[in-house]
Design a protein. Structure first.
Length: 116
């Protein structure tokens, strides 16, 4: 950055000393390292989105992107709507609040859950 190069990108191997988990990737993988100076969050998201779109288009030209831009959710929105910080947005499976419907239900399990 001091030399006048305001950003650079590299694809580099990454080795982590941690136990693999079913919901995470392996401990050895390649990552895209982005070093950018004097940018805002939107700048980083735009570069990452454009890179991913070009990657899909170049590697799989027969595949069509479903949306022109990626959905962006805050952590609070994701957990509140989908119950997870890594929701699968290919399926529209989100939480719905039926409290009003079930507060006067004859089925005590539903009514009791709303009361609690």
């Amino acid at each position: 950055m001091v030399a006048g190069v305001d950003k650079y990108f590299q694809i580099a191997p990454c080795f982590r000393d941690e136990d693999p988990r079913a919901d995470r990737h392996s401990c050895e993988f390649y990552q895209i390292d982005c070093e950018m100076s004097f940018v805002h969050q939107e700048d980083v998201l735009e570069i990452a989105e454009n890179f991913a779109k070009e990657l899909v288009t170049d590697l799989c030209p027969e595949r069509k992107l479903l949306t022109p831009t990626f959905a962006r959710l805050t952590h609070r929105e994701a957990v509140g709507k989908y119950g997870s910080d890594k929701p699968d947005l290919r399926f529209d499976c989100h939480f719905e609040d039926f409290s009003e419907t079930f507060q006067s239900s004859d089925f005590s399990v539903f009514r009791g859950a709303v009361e609690k």
